[in-house]
Design a protein around this ligand. Structure first.
Ligand SMILES: NC(=O)c1ccc[n+]([C@@H]2O[C@H](COP(=O)([O-])OP(=O)(O)OC[C@H]3O[C@@H](n4cnc5c(N)ncnc54)[C@H](OP(=O)(O)O)[C@@H]3O)[C@@H](O)[C@H]2O)c1
Length: 133
């Protein structure tokens, strides 16, 4: 699906960004001018990648350590992202759960949202709750 154009203060949250597919997706998003927020358990690897991305692409690369299989850690991470003032425009939920779509239209999001306003946070915390470490 086509990505929205990068917006001021927006970020693409990539879970499982410390290696493999997640790291490559983060690099590609940055090459296209999107700010990225890198999430995984190994923060040292995330910090290294964030430095590489900022140097190569000139976008803002944030690091948020989180074990996405832990509900408390997910809540803490979501709070941290919001406290940093980051507007999550794109969610790449690479650590564990495979599906794609716009937040408001997404079947999984609808199932968990129960009529409340759909947001990346609601979608992510419900989708990630199905992950296993
Ligand atoms: N490679 C393939 O050919 C292929 C094909 C189809 C589907 N997939 C799927 O695509 C995804 C990524 O594959 P990959 O090959 O890139 O794997 P990978 O190199 O092993 O990367 C997995 C990433 O997920 C993170 N992760 C794992 N458990 C986590 C947890 N509990 N909390 C937070 N982050 C966690 C790891 O970081 P930390 O260890 O630092 O937390 C790492 O960054 C997987 O779900 C895989 O099943 C892969």
């Amino acid at each position: 699906m086509a990505l929205p154009p990068p917006a001021d203060g927006s970020t693409c949250l990539v879970t499982g960004a410390s290696s493999g597919i997640g790291a490559e997706i983060a690099r590609e998003l940055a090459r296209r001018g999107h700010g990225v927020t890198l999430m995984a358990r190994r923060e040292d690897r995330l910090r290294e990648l964030a430095g590489e991305i900022e140097k190569a692409s000139g976008v803002k690369a944030e690091v948020v350590g989180c074990d996405v299989s832990d509900a408390t850690a997910r809540e803490r991470a979501a709070h941290e992202i919001e406290m940093r003032g980051l507007a999550v425009q794109v969610l790449v939920n690479n650590a564990g759960f495979g599906s794609a779509g716009r937040f408001p239209e997404h079947r999984e999001g609808q199932r968990h949202i129960d009529g409340a306003k759909p947001t990346w946070r609601r979608w992510w915390t419900s989708a990630a709750s199905t992950c296993r470490a």
